[in-house]
Ligand binder design. Structure first.
Ligand code: IPD
Ligand code: CA
Ligand code: CA
Ligand code: CA
Length: 286
């Protein structure tokens, strides 16, 4: 089956804008409930937006499969080789609840389990990222990366996206904290700083645009990364397994290290240097 990726991207842009406006309109005084613990949150808006995405996509693309965060059933929902929309209705739910303006809708398409189209829209800051395989990626119509990658990519002096995640009482969390500590210190990375913006998709968009040099997180799911992955790749960035020992990753990997566009050798060296500071495997199970 040959897909018109440009037409699909444009459809996803329209849907993201429409439902992004819905998210923005409903952002005042939302109530929320806990999912797996008291820092893993969901609102009625997350669920309602996902239901609308399903309805719209089913109508236009009845033969495509669908995977979304709020309708995901552990152990039952799988990503097939067929064209599959992979959707996070609100990425950055905690930000959304707190009215911190860094939340988005993230719409991806994977074929043969590989991301091929991605659209991410933050309606609060009116940031629209889009990308399609072989067709480049854009932020509000400007080709990514926004500036040529002339600043050398090195671990020392880099700006690193990190997230704390919702599991804060286990070995994974201790690995994260000790790795941040290593990266901050002179003999480790001596990075310029960390940014924790609360949205995996927007972090990937920022690495694609060149606003951050990297983003490392354990605990993501396919809907957090599918759209951002293709946007980043089309901007010359790369995404690998975020654990030491292997770089292999796929949409079912849970731990990622994303690195901005740069010469291949600089990216490889950055990944090696970053991973040398990671103090263990972030072992997230589905
Ligand atoms: C979360 C956000 C957060 C990241 C978590 C994600 P949600 O998604 O992207 O930044 O740290 O791993 O689960 O729950 O807001 O859709
Ligand atoms: Ca969530
Ligand atoms: Ca998410
Ligand atoms: Ca979500």
């Amino acid at each position: 089956m040959t897909l018109d990726l440009l037409a699909i991207r444009d459809d996803l842009v329209s849907i993201a804008k429409l439902l992004g406006d819905t998210i923005k309109t409903k952002s005042g005084g939302v109530t929320f409930e806990d999912k797996k613990n008291s820092v893993d949150l969901v609102t009625e808006v997350d669920k309602a937006v996902e239901a609308l995405v399903v309805e719209i996509l089913n109508e236009k693309y009845p033969d495509f499969d669908f995977l979304g965060e709020e309708t995901y059933v552990p152990g039952v929902s799988v990503i097939s080789d067929r064209p599959t929309f992979i959707v996070d209705p609100i990425d950055g739910t905690t930000n959304f609840i707190h009215r911190f303006p860094n939340a988005c809708i993230s719409l991806g398409l994977a074929v043969n389990k590989e991301p091929v189209v991605g659209v991410i829209y933050n309606p609060f800051l009116e940031q629209l990222y889009s990308g399609a395989k072989g067709l480049g990626s854009y932020l509000n119509g400007q080709r990514l990366p926004l500036v040529p990658n002339t600043r050398k990519l090195t671990l020392q002096g880099s700006l690193c996206g990190i997230e704390w995640g919702a599991d804060r009482d286990n070995e994974n969390y201790r690995v994260k904290l000790s790795t941040f500590d290593n990266l901050a210190k002179k003999d480790g990375g001596y990075v310029h700083g960390f940014r924790s913006m609360g949205s995996a998709a927007l972090n990937l968009g920022m690495v694609a645009s060149g606003a951050m040099d990297s983003y490392w997180e354990g605990g993501c799911f396919a809907w957090d990364v599918c759209a951002g992955w293709i946007i980043l790749s089309e901007a010359g960035g790369t995404i690998v397994n975020g654990n030491p020992g292997t770089d292999n990753c796929s949409l079912t990997t849970r731990t990622y290290l994303a690195v901005r566009g740069a010469q291949r050798q600089e990216q490889t060296e950055y990944i090696r240097a970053y991973k040398s500071q990671i103090t263990g495997d972030l072992d997230y199970k589905h």
